[in-house]
Design a protein around this ligand. Sequence first.
Ligand code: HEM
Length: 484
Amino acid sequence: MGSNEFESLWLFAIASKCKSFTYINSITFAFLLLLAWLCMNLIFWAHPGGPAWGKYKWRKLTGTKPIPGPNGIPIIGSMKLMMGLAHHKLAAMAEFCKAKRLMAFSLGETRVIVTCNPDVAKEILNSSTFADRPTKESAYNLMFNRAIGFATYGVYWRSLRRISAAHLFCPKQIKASEFQRSEIANQLVAMFRAEKGEIWARDALKRASLSNMMCSVFGKNYKLDSYNYETNELQKLVDEGYDLLGTTNWSDHLPCLSDFDIQKIRLRCFNLVPKVNQFVGRIIEEHKAESGELGRDFVDVLLSLQGPDRLSESDMIAVLWEMIFRGTDTVAVLIEWILARLMLRPDIQSKVHSELDKVVGSSRAVTETDLVELVYLAAVIKEVLRLHPPGPLLSWARLAITDSVIDGYRVPAGTTAMVNMLAPFGSGRRSCPGKTLALTTVTFWIASLLHEFEFEPCGQVDLSEVLRLSCEMANPLMVRVRSK
Ligand code: HEM
């Protein structure tokens, strides 16, 4: 072997040693990084309320009194609390942590507070701090950020609330649509009467409330008992939207997952939106073609807006779609709960019958002017709302736009707040604008049905719940009616 060859062999040996040294070094470095990352996450997780609260504390180095709450699991926090009947799980956890007034928890990187106490609930809902809604990818993808429910608190949201208050939800407008609700009530009664045996209450009620909203918003009148392509199509769109908006989307809370769309929520939203655009867009075009007859329904109202209030076509679609969406299931879900409770308590049902006999009698149908005198029925509805609020505020969370102090604890801007108790229509500036319309519709239709029938269960009434966007009966109610 020559000296040159020997030299190169020697150099090769050193180089490979260096290489393995660098290789080992980078493995050690990566390992140390991983260890540091794990340690950091354990430190974040150990903070009361879990990782999102820990992260905030360490970033801001705040020394304030922590809000009590569960740690959950490192990195994902208490995501498990949001699975299934989240309102019950949260109440049980608050009891366990002795944090019923105010509990902190983490949903991945989202800091959340929740209260089960009426005073603290009032403090949150009525404060000017919690005036926004948390970012929800599905809400954005389904255009709800351009409608009232998920619009950012500001000029646009305020003008939408003003327009809808003046043209859809004001007492004058609700009075003006009495005839339409009464027509639908008659058709609902006829549907129940025609069904000699058993009837799925939810199907009939959903059809009725969708038909009611289609009439108020689009000016479309359809018979409940006949097949109609448009109503069926719209019901499918609403059902899909409900499912998407009611699903807890992991990537809303764990941004590292957002590229993967593991629950296929983004994909389903992208499939749904063109159908909504096409459906509502066609109705807007029909209204434009019928110019000269303005002022009949909500589409006409939006088309007639001028100046700064004027909406672009895509914003108009978002606003109209939201109204249909919100007004349909909530009303049907509540009536189904009321019927279930009345069937379980025949003594209370017969008191409602007696009240109807006294106030309305048997010679005429119920009218909306009778409603003020139906005080017992109103109390029954209130109690059912307490027991089964259709939206137990989980899907209606609020977002803090500034730092604030709630119940003596410092709550930073960007925190999501939930109220887990009786507040069926919310409260404060973002409370439900459809409350009066919804209560009038529910009370009037229930009164009309009970004026005509006695409701009997078919088998066991199962009060199990399922929480989607609304809290519904897990097993749809089957009823049998007997004419009075
Ligand atoms: C039984 C029926 C209903 C219930 C239980 C209900 C419940 C609620 C709740 C809890 C909120 C959130 C309030 C808050 O954050 O403080 C809300 C908001 C809203 N509701 Fe209703 N609702 C019902 C019917 C309706 C109807 C019929 C409409 C319209 C046609 C409607 C339109 C809205 C809108 C647009 C919002 C968003 C308000 C905003 O963010 O400014 N709701 N509703």
